[in-house]
Design a protein around this ligand. Structure first.
Ligand code: ADP
Ligand code: MG
Length: 228
C-alpha cells in the first residue's frame, strides 16, 4: 500500500515561492489500476515523482508498505526503488549508448542477481510483448518516438516491480499499440497484483482504470471509483 500524508511541494524560483502541491493525502492499495488526471500544470508529474521516490516533498510523509521513504538513505532508497518500483518517464530517459536490448536489460543488471539466461528470457519476452524484437540491436536515436516509448515501458516492467508509475505512457502511441500496451499492463496487474499509477489525459487509459483521481492546482478535487 502507498500512503501519502499531507504532502506539500514548493518550488523556489528566485524570490518566488511556487506552491505546486497543497496538503495532498491519499492511499492506494496493492493491485489498484489508477490514473491521476487534471489539466496541464496541475501537479500530476510532481505527485508521481514524489510517490515514485524520485523527488522529495517539501513537507509531508510517504509510506510504501511499511517503509517510510524519508527515513531511508540514498543507497537504501536506490535499492528499494530498484526492487519495488518501475517508472515510465514522459521523456523516456533511455540511455543513448545502450541498444534497445541493453536498455531493457539494464535494470536487471543493476539491481538483481539474476543468472544471465533468466535475464535474457525476460528481456526477450518483453521485447516481444511491446513488439520491438526486430529493433533490439538499434540505438535510441535510430528509432521513433513511439518505439522509444515501448522500450521505456518494457524497461519499467522487466524487473516485475510491485508498483509501476507511468507518466503519459501512451502519448506517442497509435491506437492499436496503445490498446496492446494497456492490455499488457492489465494482464500483469491481474497475474502479479501489480499496482499501476498513471498520470495522463489519454482517454484510452482513463476508460480502462478503476479509479480516477482529479488534480486541480495541486489539490485533489475528485477521487472516484469507475464502474466497469
Ligand atoms: P502536470 O504534470 O500536471 O502538467 P507538473 O507536476 O509537471 O504538472 O507541474 C506542476 C507545476 O509545477 C507547474 O506549474 C510547473 O511549471 C511547476 N514545476 C514543475 N517542476 C518544476 C521545477 N523543477 N521548478 C519549478 N517549477 C516546476
Ligand atoms: Mg506532467
Amino acid at each position: 500500500m502507498i500512503k501519502a500524508e499531507h504532502l506539500n511541494k514548493t518550488y523556489q524560483i528566485g524570490e518566488l515561492s511556487l506552491e505546486v502541491i497543497k496538503d495532498l493525502s491519499l492511499k492506494i492499495e496493492d493491485g489498484e489500476f489508477v490514473s491521476i488526471i487534471g489539466p496541464s500544470g496541475s501537479g500530476k508529474s510532481t505527485v508521481l515523482n514524489m510517490l515514485g521516490c524520485l523527488d522529495k516533498p517539501t513537507s509531508g510523509e510517504i509510506t510504501i508498505d511499511d517503509t517510510k521513504i524519508d527515513e531511508m538513505n540514498r543507497t537504501q532508497l536506490a535499492h528499494f526503488r530498484g526492487v519495488n518500483i518501475g517508472f515510465i518517464f514522459q521523456s523516456f530517459n533511455l540511455i543513448p549508448v545502450l541498444s534497445v536490448y541493453e536498455n531493457i536489460e539494464y535494470p536487471l543488471i543493476m539491481i538483481q542477481n539474476l543468472p544471465e539466461d533468466e535475464r535474457k528470457k525476460r528481456v526477450l519476452s518483453l521485447l516481444k510483448e511491446v513488439d520491438m524484437l526486430e529493433q533490439k540491436d538499434k540505438f535510441p536515436d535510430q528509432i521513433s518516438g513511439g518505439q522509444k516509448q515501448r522500450v521505456a515501458i518494457a524497461r519499467a516492467l522487466v524487473t516485475n516491480p510491485k508498483i509501476v508509475f507511468a507518466d503519459e505512457p501512451t502519448a506517442n502511441l497509435d491506437s492499436k499499440t496503445a490498446h496492446r500496451i494497456i492490455d499488457l499492463m492489465q494482464k500483469i496487474k491481474s497475474e502479479h497484483n501489480t499496482t499501476f499509477i498513471f498520470a495522463t489525459h489519454d482517454e484510452r487509459i482513463v476508460s480502462s482504470v478503476e479509479r480516477l483521481i482529479t488534480l486541480v492546482d495541486g489539490e485533489i478535487v475528485k477521487d472516484e471509483r469507475t464502474t466497469k
